[in-house]
Write a protein that binds this ligand. Sequence first.
Ligand code: URA
Length: 240
Amino acid sequence: MMLARALQAQGFGSRKACRMRVRTGTVAVNGVVCTDPDAEVDPDSLELSVDGEPWRFRARAYLALHKPAGYECSRQPSHHPGVFALLPAPLVQRGVQCVGRLDQDTTGLLLLSDDGQFIHRMISPKRGVPKVYRARCAEAVTPAMCDVLVAGVPLRDEPAPVAALACEAIDERTVKLTLAEGKYHQVKRMIAATGNSVVALHRESIGVYALPADLEPGTWRWLEADDLERLERTWPFVKS
Ligand code: URA
């Protein structure tokens, strides 16, 4: 692959802009400045540096973001900043998308990728990758409420009752809810259907991938091969 093409694939601008970047001497390949945009590079072992910032070539981008409250999962946010404002420009430019959406006031694990098939596998109800949420409720949580959520609750515009895979009370007002799908406002609507309401919502995990404890709100990291392998493991979910 040619160097300018590799830069373009990583989101560093148009082909022309990438050629200019290289010519101005701001790009290094495996530690050595290269001013030839047509230089052949090996994408499998390509450590770039662009304006002094290290950047490993990745054919596809897979990321985990600790979403803070007050950010919308949208490229055209309306009332709050978008989560894309938390990512470096090349990732936005190369078109990473949210793997399912979280509400603006929901915190926790958000995956992003530019691999459409991966996104589909993670959100497809057929595959049913479990998503675990911690929901703080306005009213006390009862065993009966958990039973109802696991048995299934009617939701407007849903032809059949929608059930949680699991529900566990964590403390007097908090439940841990495991869902196989990602319907619009699903946790809030399900809990509302029990007569309670959600005051704070946090996503802890997707599949067996848990939000890393050291990933601060507003920060992100690459998903590596072993993370992806764990996310791709087949389900269904086994009740504990
Ligand atoms: N369910 C909700 O109600 N909101 C979210 O952000 C995610 C799941």
